[in-house]
Design a protein around this ligand. Structure first.
Ligand SMILES: [Zn+2]
Length: 241
């Protein structure tokens, strides 16, 4: 919803709904509609709507706030629309993932424990394939081995209304020269993450997501995000004054 939201706690309804969303999306590869959520939680339309708004504010999901049915756009790490990353489980398409960065978190979801999952994506500049294999949150293989993640939006512009622009800006590149080409194509500069730096960046959230049913809300605080990037050894000079 916004940057620098003050600390708050999720209600019991939001906690119940979040757990259901994870379970449903992992099992079905797509999100539930309001009736699915109602049947599973026993909550009324209005209670579900308010739980979704809370979860959006706490950066767990993204809803289209303009819709009467509070349309679910994302339940991180999943995406309700065809995004830049496909998740394959046991060699079969399972779901779309939120972005290149979020994709690095998918294999850590409890229902996928012990399973080697494959992320199928592409270099954003030339659409050549990029494939990443992961298990239990760790990198198993990447093809090409030079693949990296380019983030074209400064954290100072993340979550000004929701995380859609942020996710949109996180893409795989074949190597630094392709990242440079994408910068010229898109007219935006950005920071570059190795796949391991990306895994380390998402690690805090993935160790709790669905594992801890009472996980507290997330908050987008640009200064803290940038400090975290620097601690990972990411060059953030492109965004500095
Ligand atoms: Zn390329």
């Amino acid at each position: 919803m916004a940057q620098n939201v003050p600390n708050f706690s999720f209600s019991e309804n939001a906690i119940k709904v979040r757990q259901f969303l994870y379970e449903f999306w992992c099992a079905n590869g797509a999100g539930p509609n309001l009736r699915d959520t109602h049947e599973a939680t026993g909550l009324s339309r209005r209670d579900i709507m308010q739980a979704y708004r809370e979860l959006d504010l706490g950066v767990m999901i993204v809803i289209d706030q303009d819709t009467e049915s509070v349309n679910l756009l994302k339940c991180m790490p999943f995406s309700a629309f065809p995004s830049q990353v496909k998740l394959f489980i046991h060699g079969k398409f399972h779901s779309y993932l939120g972005c290149a960065m979020e994709a690095m978190a998918a294999s850590k979801m409890p229902p996928f424990a012990g399973i080697e999952v494959r992320l199928e994506s592409y270099c954003s500049c030339c659409l050549a394939p990029v494939s990443v294999t992961m298990k239990d949150g760790a990198l198993a293989a990447a093809n090409p081995g030079s693949a990296l993640i380019h983030v074209s939006l400064s954290p100072w512009y993340w979550n000004t209304t929701n995380v859609m622009k942020m996710c949109d800006s996180m893409n795989y590149m074949i190597d630094p020269s392709h990242a440079e080409r994408y910068e010229r194509q898109s007219g935006r500069r950005g920071a570059v993450f190795t796949l391991q730096q990306a895994i380390n960046f998402v690690a805090r959230g993935t160790s709790q997501r669905m594992w801890d049913p009472h996980r507290v809300p997330d908050f987008i605080r640009p200064e803290e995000v940038l400090d975290g990037f620097k601690m990972l050894g990411v060059d953030t000079s492109v965004w500095e004054r």
